[in-house]
Design a protein around this ligand. Structure first.
Ligand SMILES: [Fe+2]
Length: 468
């Protein structure tokens, strides 16, 4: 085991090279049923001119593609050619505002300038293009085969922001998403994208400016849990504070559970005690109730600071998220809460994507052992909501997995599939692509493909059975 104070620190270092090669070293066997391309996005460049960016979310979006073909596994990575990436690469230093970044030159240099789109959060296959997503602005279209940047996609001027957690209804194929507009009044703009046509659903005016990252799609609703993470847009706009520094937690205000009808009907708000989440595993309606599975933080204080310190944070467990099920009675608004035996530091919850909006039996989530007080996650848990059991896979003393991705393989069971995750090895300072049998999660990996370098900790990804 490495003896560094922050063994995960090297996993945040920039990957400046752009690679394209067949992975030679693979332990175990890639299943014959695993064929297709996995794309991931995240901050690939967190440092410039010898300095770390002030916030993890400042990093430049880098796409990593893994092609699982008959000829083995191919790895490619390329940066999204945003204006921010081009300008700062040429200059060798910070030139634009970001989530935490400020332009050099003080208040006057920052006033009335919005954060540059770094396109660093997720990816979405949309027909023959790959969309690189970022919460604060429009997607950037890429060629899925070469990862070359084609250009910004604004859907004919219909969107300002297109968040990084769109949800696709597995039955209808419709895609839903939203953007937050920090105008004179903060509004939430929901969208439906069906057959290449983007339709705006009625906007919802929020009582104050907030940051919101994800939502749940059910049979009838888009459901948002809007915790009191408030923004002070004026301080940000005048250049007095970065976007991050202008955020503050007002724990005496409620969390607003916002139900937006998919058919464009009037939205409903249910208030509950304050909590915060970035991510949901899934949600569904059943017997007059709404079930939401989410990573519930008591507030934004601990996670907010850890994201600022990222490479030099000890990532404390106390104050981090627990996988939580909320059951909301739609007639009364009464809410029951249940937590699960998934240790500490729960994040990146996922399900089999065929169950989006439906009753799911299983979720998969990164976690740590309950007695771990600090550190990035080193385990992956599989929760069986029906049996009430939890299986854990431990990646060993040097292994730090990223978000898991469920790839269905032939079979009738919800958990017939392979879980693929990128695991940073803090001793070798390299990243492995690890495949686990979702039905036997605690067992030995099916395969571990050893990359020639590290891949900085990324955020979200998607899988397509198409080979690019
Ligand atoms: Fe996210």
């Amino acid at each position: 085991m490495t003896t560094e104070a922050y063994p995960w620190s090297a996993g945040f270092r920039s990957l400046t090279e752009e690679h394209d090669y067949r992975v030679e070293e693979i332990d175990g066997q890639m299943p014959a049923t695993l064929r297709g391309t996995l794309f991931r996005n995240g901050s690939g460049r967190n440092q410039l001119g010898g300095e770390w960016f002030p916030h993890w979310f400042d990093g430049d979006g880098m796409i990593a593609a893994l092609r699982f073909g008959d000829d083995g596994i191919r790895f490619r990575n390329r940066y999204v050619r945003t204006d921010n990436y081009r300008d700062e690469t040429a200059a060798g230093h910070i030139m634009h505002r970001g989530f935490g970044k400020m332009r050099p030159g003080g208040i006057l240099s920052n006033a009335f300038r919005l954060p540059a789109n770094v396109s660093n959060t997720s990816v979405l296959m949309d027909g023959d293009r790959l969309l690189s997503l970022w919460e604060g602005g429009p997607p950037v279209a890429l060629d899925p085969a070469t990862l070359e940047t084609r250009g910004v996609e604004e859907f004919g001027g219909k969107i300002k922001a297109f968040s990084a957690h769109p949800k696709r209804d597995p039955d209808t194929g419709e895609l839903f998403n939203f953007g937050v507009d920090y105008g004179a009044r903060c509004t939430l703009a929901p969208y439906r994208l069906a057959k290449d046509v983007l339709t705006a659903l009625p906007r919802i005016t929020l009582p104050y400016a907030v940051m919101n990252h994800d939502f749940v799609l059910t049979k009838n609703y888009l459901v948002f849990c809007i915790g009191p993470l408030l923004s002070t847009p004026l301080a940000f706009l005048l250049g007095l504070k970065s976007f991050d520094a202008a955020l503050h937690w007002e724990g005496k205000k409620p969390t607003l559970i916002l139900l937006v009808p998919r058919d464009g009907g009037k939205a409903r708000i249910i208030e509950t005690d304050a909590f915060f989440q970035f991510h949901f595993a899934n949600g569904y309606e059943e017997d007059g109730a709404l079930i939401l599975d989410l990573c519930r933080y008591p507030d934004y204080l601990t996670i907010g600071q850890a994201l600022r310190d990222y490479w030099k944070s000890d990532w404390p467990s106390a104050g981090m998220a627990r996988l939580t099920r909320l059951q909301i009675e739609l007639s009364t608004g009464k809410i029951d809460r249940r937590i699960f035996d998934t240790g500490t530091s729960n994040e990146f919850p996922i399900i089999n994507p065929a169950y989006v909006g439906k009753r799911h039996r299983y979720a998969y989530i990164l976690c740590n052992r309950a007695d771990r007080l600090t550190g990035l996650q080193q385990q992956l848990a599989k929760v069986d909501f029906q049996a009430g059991t939890v299986l854990r896979h431990d990646f060993g003393p040097n292994g730090y997995p990223g978000e898991p991705l469920f790839i269905a393989t032939p079979g009738d069971a919800e958990d017939d599939g392979v879980i693929v995750t990128l695991v940073f090895d803090a001793e070798r300072k390299r990243t492995d692509v690890v495949g686990l049998d979702a039905r036997n999660l605690a067992g030995k990996p099916l395969f571990a493909a050893r990359l020639k370098h590290h891949v900085p900790f990324l955020l979200h990804g998607t899988f397509t059975p198409r080979l690019f």
